[in-house]
Design a protein around this ligand. Structure first.
Ligand code: ALG
Ligand code: ZN
Ligand code: ZN
Length: 321
């Protein structure tokens, strides 16, 4: 979108009922209806990298369905994200479910195409495997990026059954490949049993800092966001959100749930506290609707993607001003 064009926003839900018609994220136009976008919301229906319950391949569409109720003004960030920048739904990346290596290549190539148009990506997973090809593509454009990783899990394990590309290993691969800025790597929301203490030592050696779920509860969202913001500074930032960072009470619809997680309020508040960071792209992954109830998980994921989109739109508008 050039700066003198008005972005095309969501369908007006006071004229066309919000439950009518096919779902796009937040009832926004499809990318092919607007040509180019500043923020492309894209689904990656891929879950062949999971170690436990499958089903995150249906996450993107569940988030789109749940996002019908999002409204155009975001009071928490005092911004109308879809008026500040053109946000559009770019549909899904079609990845081979029977060949993980090929799927990872397909996702990276599709991300190259989208980022090549100048768009930032708001990706809806899919399992956490997909973060690796997305980060590869983002690093081609921006160089090694700061990473903020919200998750119950470290996802820096080495291999499962000898496989390198799984949902428990994307960030170890990314560190090995030199595509992350090791001065600014953080996990937020981690908890639960590990394979051994070595998991933590290895993770620390890779450069990660950890804010556990209990730290968030004890210190509060504002203080945590302040600390993260200081660590990130003005580096290009990628935020990867595994919805299992939330407590199973707030996100039952996921493949590897762990007790004792953050509330959706804590997650959203931390994100709002990061609004000044240079967010170049983001993902929300691991929503598995078959285990969900009353759209609890996909509603939380849709609001999470909304906050991330708002951060990106505000920055795009500010950089034009
Ligand atoms: N990325 C997610 N959601 N889970 C990773 C858990 C890997 C394991 O089963 O140990
Ligand atoms: Zn996880
Ligand atoms: Zn994960």
């Amino acid at each position: 979108m050039s700066s003198n064009e008005t972005p095309r926003g969501p369908i007006d839900s006071s004229r066309i009922p919000r439950y009518a018609g096919p779902a796009t994220f937040a009832r926004l136009p499809r990318l092919d209806e607007v040509g180019t976008a500043d923020v492309a919301v894209v689904g990656v229906p891929f879950d062949s990298g999971v170690s436990y319950r499958p089903g995150a391949r249906f996450g993107g569409n569940a988030i789109r369905e749940a996002s019908r109720l999002l409204r155009p003004y975001n009071p928490a960030q005092d911004a109308s994200p879809f008026a500040l920048a053109q946000v559009a739904d770019a549909g899904d990346i079609a990845a081979n479910p029977f060949n993980i290596n090929e799927a990872v290549e397909t996702i990276e190539a599709a991300a190259d195409d989208l980022l090549g148009t100048g768009a930032r990506m708001m990706t809806l997973g899919g399992d956490h495997t997909i973060a690796l090809p997305l980060l590869r593509s983002v690093a081609k454009k921006h160089g090694p990026v700061a990473l903020l990783h919200f998750d119950a899990h470290l996802d820096t394990w080495d291999t499962y059954f000898g496989a390198e590309y799984t949902h428990g290993t994307p960030f170890r691969r990314a560190v090995e490949e030199g595509i992350l800025d090791t001065e600014a790597l953080s996990h937020v929301g981690t908890r639960g049993p590990l394979y051994g203490k070595q998991d933590l030592t290895d993770d620390e050696k890779m450069g990660f800092g950890i804010v556990t779920s209990a730290d968030v509860y004890r210190r509060g969202a504002d203080e945590v966001a302040d600390q993260l913001r200081q660590r990130i500074g003005d580096r290009p930032l990628y935020i990867s959100i595994d919805i299992d960072c939330l407590d199973p009470a707030h996100a039952p619809g996921t493949g590897t749930p762990e007790a004792g997680g953050m509330t959706s309020r804590e997650l959203l508040e931390i994100l709002r506290g990061l609004a000044s960071c240079n967010l170049v792209s983001a993902d929300v992954v691991e929503v598995a609707p078959a285990y969900d109830h009353a759209e609890i998980t996909s509603v939380a994921a849709s609001h999470t993607a909304y906050e991330l989109t708002t951060i990106m739109s505000r920055q795009i508008a500010a950089s034009r001003a």
